[in-house]
Design a protein around this ligand. Structure first.
Ligand code: CA
Length: 318
């Protein structure tokens, strides 16, 4: 006789034994009054991208691949149990980029004002969403320092293209939301940026580490130095992780793929090290286009980064 117990809900994983908890099971739709260590917010905006991008699909793709992971870290003997409060995705207008960036700012700020979570992760979207998110963090928490993992400066001028994924940090500087000496760029690549933007970065006292610097100094040593410097000057530190800081071999789903980038182990080491710092309050992960990804490699890496960030946070406390 047929049994309805044979059915599993559509879209849910795959085989699971009774000892295994899948990472996606920790995602909990936020409702008023709920609190936890972690909150996540999706910002599905990529029409602001200079190049063709389906990064608007990334928040759902990253949530979905969490079912590929368990909740246990053997290296630290940590079993995640705390719910990850999922605020969902911010609604996007189909055509109005400026309106959407305003919504992203207002939505992020309203999420922060719930005080529901201690630490926050923002899932983009293209890199333009970092302008909106950082503006909200600065307003809510105070002076904000940025560690930006990126192949590009993202310091293009607004006059030539408006508020695209090439301009978020220029806008943050010009709108005086952040100070140039509180912006640290790591992983900037050759033949990927115009000379003018490095010149602008220097004029603004932005700290720039190229991939050559990362290879020579190691990501840990430069983060150690910059986190200590920022910690004396800012109220919180925000990690902005553009996945195109990675070499194309590790992040095939980025719209701006290229050689000469970071390997995923180096990026994970850097994020884990930074996350241990008590002033690191938030992280965004941007620039994944799941429609161009290969076997969800880039989204899987994003999900792994998310859990490594959280692992360090719960093991190091606030
Ligand atoms: Ca970028």
């Amino acid at each position: 006789m047929m049994s309805l117990s044979y059915f599993k809900p559509a879209g849910k994983a795959v085989f699971k034994d009774r000892f295994t908890t899948k990472a996606n099971e920790l995602l909990t739709d936020w409702e008023p009054g709920m609190t936890s260590d972690f909150g996540i917010v999706g910002v599905p905006l990529s029409k602001s991208s200079i190049s063709h991008s389906g990064a608007a699909f990334a928040p759902e793709a990253i949530r979905s691949v969490l079912q590929s992971y368990t909740t246990f870290s053997g290296s630290t003997n940590t079993e995640f149990r705390q719910p990850i409060l999922d605020f969902g995705d911010i609604y996007m207008n189909p055509t109005d980029i400026t309106e959407n960036q305003l919504r992203a700012y207002e939505g992020m700020l309203s999420a922060l004002q719930t005080e529901a979570a201690t630490w926050w992760v923002i899932l983009g979207g293209d890199h333009s969403i970092s302008y909106s998110a950082i503006k909200a963090f600065q307003e809510h928490y105070g002076k904000t320092g940025i560690i930006q993992f990126d192949a590009h400066h993202d310091l293009r001028n607004m006059e030539d293209g408006g508020p695209t994924n090439g301009t978020p940090f220029r806008r943050l500087l010009e709108d005086r939301i952040i100070d140039g000496k509180h912006l640290v760029q790591i992983g900037i690549r050759d033949f990927t940026n115009a000379k003018e933007y490095l010149k602008y970065a220097k004029e603004q006292n932005v700290t720039v580490y190229t991939m050559e610097d990362v290879g020579r100094l190691s990501v840990i040593s430069l983060l150690e130095k910059e986190l200590a410097r920022l910690a004396d000057q800012v109220d919180i530190i925000y990690l902005s992780v553009d996945m195109d800081v990675l070499d194309q071999a590790f992040a095939p789903g980025c719209p701006a793929i290229g050689p000469g980038g970071m390997d995923s182990k180096t990026l994970l080491e850097g994020i884990s090290f930074a996350a241990k710092h008590n002033k690191v309050q938030a992280m965004d992960i941007v620039e994944i286009d799941p429609t161009m990804d290969f076997r969800n490699m880039t989204s899987r890496l994003a999900a792994y980064i998310l859990f490594q960030f959280m692992l360090q946070k719960i093991n190091c406390g606030s």
